[in-house]
Design a protein around this ligand. Structure first.
Ligand SMILES: *[C@@H]1O[C@H](CO)[C@@H](O)[C@H](O)[C@H]1NC(C)=O
Length: 616
């Protein structure tokens, strides 16, 4: 690494303080409906409550305000609302190795966001996949199911943080558990090939499995609900709703083929009217006597119906398998209020002058978001999975790098593809325009950087050459402020420098020590080397970014789900930082908005986008 000439000597023992600025989670984009159920409710405050990654979102749609519960340190998998409608229980997966990151349940107050109890640390193995408060006894108990092989069901007196009983619930996947609303000792659970009725008292817990008799046993029983007379309803992969007699494990009635494919969810209300939703994207409203009152179908782009949230009034929200939340009614249309990516997300770029940003994911979706309105400006599907994105400095063109070596220039206003090129056939890892917009660098998985010259309007691209010299895939590039030199990092932790004009490597780095870099996306380099924690393996930090205006801050995203904020320059080894949680999987990208006031971060597998306010 060339050391800038203003550096006289470095005392490696010295410690660098963290910045005075901090990040505050302002907005969470996304919802986890793809592989998680029973996780969308409407609170008496009118707020929607749901989760994605390690954050529980409380979203007041009318006032456009979100609050966040951030007590978890890894993926949240389950959520239950206490009968008091204020207390919330959420369960998470096993995080990293530390004890406090073992799977556990947090019980908290949804008004104050105070954590009341943390239960189950050391008791659970893999994840709390289902959780339910009791109802008939005023909510004194909590039932939880561990995702590990035997799907241990445990019952807790949560206020005392004590486990009363546990039992193996099934060797197959368990998808839901619920306490009966009026029979205090009855719990129903269901999942792959089973529905079980549990009676639990001081002496123990006993199971009766549902008997299908002459009916075709479904491959999956997906959901449970309770009819107003106390009968149990289940929805299954045969598309049937099955009614089980109160207090029995016997079928009293079957509503056959109510949904094509699978019934994913049933949601009851006090008047006995209930809703069902399924793979077929249909929402059906039923009366107490199982007569269809109304039905509707949501648009294909949103996926299937995963779950319903119902408010005290007539409001209904729908969580979908493509991570959207919709609102509407049978009389009107169902329109999205929450959008999200559905697969791993890496591509992120912030607009050069506006508070807008692009995300592009493996799900082949590209979104333009507005960070002030917290809304989607537009979204579009791409021909291939995307891995990277960059704005032209004119703010009118965005480039998306795809996983097959192709890259596209899109015009923001029309969303049309104005240019399309391919460089090799491997993933486009990173993209960057020179500050004047006249050049574009494409860092590829095939170890090369392809350099293009660009017309003023950002519409036409012609290749100048290839920078050949890295022996591993290109992870990041930065341009010099004058657009003449490139620095690049690769998967084997090399830092190389290139002359843009001829694409030749610059071997004598001493002439580069005082170069002014336009950005600090490279995670390896003198001014950023302090972001590497002790014992880091070289791939632990996925991205970093310098505050573009004041150049005083450096943010990084790491494999532990953390977003970190450092002072820039950050050359003191193991510099101190502020660390912020919310993501559950690796943080794949971080970028400040143009005036340094906000930071965006993307979570890889957790598919979430978090927006942070930067302030003192
Ligand atoms: C820095 O990273 C962002 C996000 O991936 C990208 O949009 C931008 O083009 C990158 N800039 C440079 C110079 O690498």
């Amino acid at each position: 690494m060339p050391v800038p000439s203003y550096i006289q000597d470095i005392n490696v023992a010295k410690s660098a303080p963290p910045p005075v600025e901090k990040l505050k989670l302002e907005w969470v984009y996304g919802y986890r409906g793809k592989d998680s159920r029973n996780n969308l409710f409407i609170l008496p405050t009118g707020e929607l409550i749901y989760f994605i990654a390690a954050v529980v979102v409380l979203y007041n749609v009318d006032e456009q305000i979100q609050r966040h519960y951030t007590g978890h340190n890894d993926d949240i998998k389950s959520l239950s609302i206490h009968p008091d409608k204020i207390t919330v229980a959420t369960g998470q997966v096993a995080g990293h190795d530390r004890r406090e990151e073992k799977p556990h349940i947090r019980i908290w107050n949804s008004l104050s966001l105070q954590t009341l109890h943390v239960i189950g640390l050391g008791h659970f193995d893999r994840a709390i996949s289902c959780i339910a408060f009791s109802k008939a006894d005023g909510g004194q108990h909590l039932c939880a199911i561990d995702e590990a092989n035997e799907h241990i069901m445990s019952i807790w007196q949560w206020q005392r943080e004590s486990k009363l009983v546990e039992v193996k619930s099934s060797t197959d996947t368990v998808l839901a558990c619920e306490f009966h609303p009026s029979e205090r000792n009855t719990i129903v659970s269901c999942g792959k090939g089973h529905i079980n009725f549990w009676i639990w008292d001081r002496t123990g817990i006993t199971k009766k499995s549902g008997i299908y008799e002459k009916y075709d046993k479904p491959r999956f029983v997906n959901c449970i609900a309770f009819a107003s007379n106390g009968d149990v309803m289940s929805g299954d992969s045969n598309g049937n709703i099955v009614i089980w007699g109160r207090g029995t494990n016997k079928i009293v009635h079957v509503l056959p083929n109510v949904h094509e494919g699978t019934v994913f969810t049933i949601c009851t209300s006090n008047d006995g009217v209930f809703l069902s939703g399924g793979k077929d994207r249909c929402v059906i409203k039923w009366d107490v006597n199982y007569r269809k009152l109304a039905s509707a179908k949501i648009d294909e782009v949103f996926g299937s119906i995963r779950t319903f949230g119902r408010g005290p009034g007539s409001q209904i929200v729908i969580g979908t398998t493509k991570n959207n939340i919709l609102t509407g009614s049978f009389e009107t249309k169902w329109t999205p209020i929450v959008y999200g990516h559905v697969e791993e997300l890496w591509g992120l770029a912030t607009h050069p002058t506006l508070h807008q940003f692009i995300t592009a994911g493996f799900d082949k979706n590209i979104f333009l978001w507005d960070a002030l309105e917290h809304s989607v400006v537009w979204f579009k599907s791409l021909p291939e999975s995307a891995h990277s994105a960059a704005f032209h400095p004119n703010g009118k063109i965005v480039i998306v790098g795809l996983c097959n070596g192709r890259w596209l220039a899109l015009e923001l206003s029309s969303q049309q593809i104005v240019s399309s090129h391919s460089d090799g056939n491997e993933q486009v890892e990173c993209l960057a325009f020179s500050p004047d917009g006249n050049s574009l660098a494409i860092g590829s998985r095939d170890n090369m950087i392809y350099v293009y010259s660009v017309t003023e309007d950002g519409q036409k691209y012609s290749r100048i050459g290839r920078c050949i010299g890295h022996s591993s895939y290109i992870t990041h590039v930065d341009w010099s402020a004058d657009g003449q030199v490139l620095q690049s990092n690769s998967g084997d932790y090399e830092i190389l420098f290139w002359n843009k004009g001829n694409c030749k490597q610059i071997a004598t780095t001493s002439q580069l020590r005082d170069i002014d870099w336009a950005t600090s996306n490279c995670t390896l380099g003198f001014n950023v080397c302090g972001i590497w924690p002790d014992g880091a393996d070289g791939t632990d930090v996925n991205a970093c970014c310098r505050a573009p205006r004041a150049h005083n801050l450096l943010a990084s995203g790491d494999d532990f789900g953390n977003v970190n904020l450092f002072k820039y320059p950050c050359y003191q080894p193991r510099a101190n930082c502020h660390t912020f949680v919310g993501h559950s999987s690796h943080v794949t990208n971080v970028q400040f908005v143009n005036d340094d006031s906000k930071l965006l971060s993307t979570g890889g597998k957790d598919t979430s986008i978090l927006q942070w306010n930067v302030s003192i």
